[in-house]
Design a protein around this ligand. Structure first.
Ligand SMILES: *Cc1c(COP(=O)(O)O)cnc(C)c1O
Length: 386
């Protein structure tokens, strides 16, 4: 049976040449990078090259890149770190209602410690404005954390405008750029970003390795202490193979960003147009134009997401309903509720996220199968009357 993978916002396939380079690194560059002999120095040199590749993806200097164990770790490290390092200045943090749980749950923990969190509401497309951020700033605000692009609905936030406001008021800006990095251009200098989170597995690199950008001069304490690795900011013997894989994935993403975005954008638009034309009572979630080139998110009335995913899987189509973390629970996605969808509509949502490895034939297959599946589910739904 045909297999169509459309859950690239949850994770991506590692590119085969990257997997090969990682396997080679494990048997050749196995030395501990802190040691002086050749097998160790080969590893240290490869890590330095990867640091440069990751820095190049976002317009940073390699001195500003710290490797981590992924996106969740990066968000925890930066937000908790800034909060704890700045308690003398204040205890107020501004974020949004649509952040990833790695940011939201970190903020909830900080709230229990006595920090005050403002969760900015979003518009119907899932965006906050720089004016909203500016209006929420207080004398005791120590951090603004706004994601670069949303993992569920693909909406891109006006980070450059928000960065200008934060810089003018001398408040640090963190952005969770996990969904944006490698997919759309990011320039930490032009955007006035102080702190940024990345993870390799969202752009065809390996899972369990990520990086944070910490602008030179910004102080963030370590989340994990031990040996002095990563400038003392992230202790633990380096994940050499993973870091090499992340560097190669960053270089591939930068090199092919425009062509890949053009390809997925065309597939995305074909999917959106086809779904809206073929299935009645469907709405597109997220911004119509300011959205990630690979994201489709629709709400299909009178059906329930879990049933839809099961039937899609039965036909070989891998998709998601809401975010991976919320599926399996009965709570509808916090992002869909934040953009104003009623519970019953939020429950019938479907996220299809493409990669450049998808083809036009994949899209045709989905546009053939999805209407049949929706019809089947609606026929069983007591809410649906033709
Ligand atoms: C996937 C994701 C994360 C978590 O990254 P991990 O590497 O899986 O820990 C954080 N934020 C966003 C927006 C994500 O999409």
């Amino acid at each position: 049976m045909r297999e169509v993978y459309l859950d690239n916002a949850a994770t991506t396939k590692v590119r085969p040449e990257i997997a090969e380079a990682m396997a080679k690194a494990m048997v050749e560059n196995y030395g501990n990078p802190s040691s002086i002999y050749k097998a160790a120095q080969r590893a240290a040199t490869a890590i330095a090259a990867a640091r440069q590749q990751v820095a190049d993806l976002i317009g940073a200097s390699p001195k500003e890149i710290i490797f981590t164990g992924g996106g969740s770790e990066g968000d925890n490290m930066l937000i908790k770190g800034v909060a704890h390092a700045n308690v003398k200045k204040g205890r107020h943090i501004i974020t949004t209602q649509v952040e990833h749980h790695a940011v939201l749950h970190t903020c909830e923990e900080l709230a229990k410690e006595g920090f005050e969190i403002t969760y900015l509401p979003v518009d119907e497309f899932g965006r906050v404005t720089a004016a909203q951020v500016e209006a929420a700033l207080r004398d005791d605000t120590i951090l603004v954390s706004v994601m670069y692009a949303n993992n569920e609905i693909g909406t891109i936030m006006p980070i450059r405008e928000i960065g200008a406001v934060c810089r003018a008021h001398k408040v640090l800006l963190h952005t969770d750029a996990v969904q944006a990095a490698g997919h759309i251009p990011i320039d930490v200098t032009g955007d006035n970003i102080d702190l940024l989170t990345l993870t390799a597995h969202k752009f065809h690199g390996p899972k369990g390795v990520g990086a944070v950008y910490i602008r030179q001069g910004v102080r963030v304490p370590a989340l994990i202490v031990g040996g002095g690795q990563e400038k003392g900011l992230r202790a633990g013997t380096e994940n050499t193979a993973g870091i090499i894989g992340m560097g190669l994935a960053a270089a591939y993403a930068k090199e092919n960003m425009e062509a890949n975005a053009e390809k997925t954008r065309a597939l995305r638009d074909k999917l959106i147009e086809g779904i809206l034309a073929k299935i009645p009572e469907v709405r597109l979630n997220g911004h119509p134009t300011d959205r990630l080139p690979n994201n489709v998110n629709v709400s299909i009335r009178y059906i329930e997401g879990e049933g839809l995913l099961l039937l899609l899987d039965h036909m070989g189509i891998a998709a998601s309903s809401g975010s991976a973390c919320t599926s399996g629970s009965l709570d509808p996605s916090h992002v869909l509720l934040a953009i104003g969808l009623p519970h019953e509509i939020a429950h019938g949502s479907l996220r299809l996220t493409l990669s450049e490895e998808n083809s036009s034939a994949d899209v045709d297959y989905v546009l053939e199968q999805l209407p049949l599946i929706v019809e089947k589910l609606r026929a069983m739904s007591p809410l649906y009357h033709k």
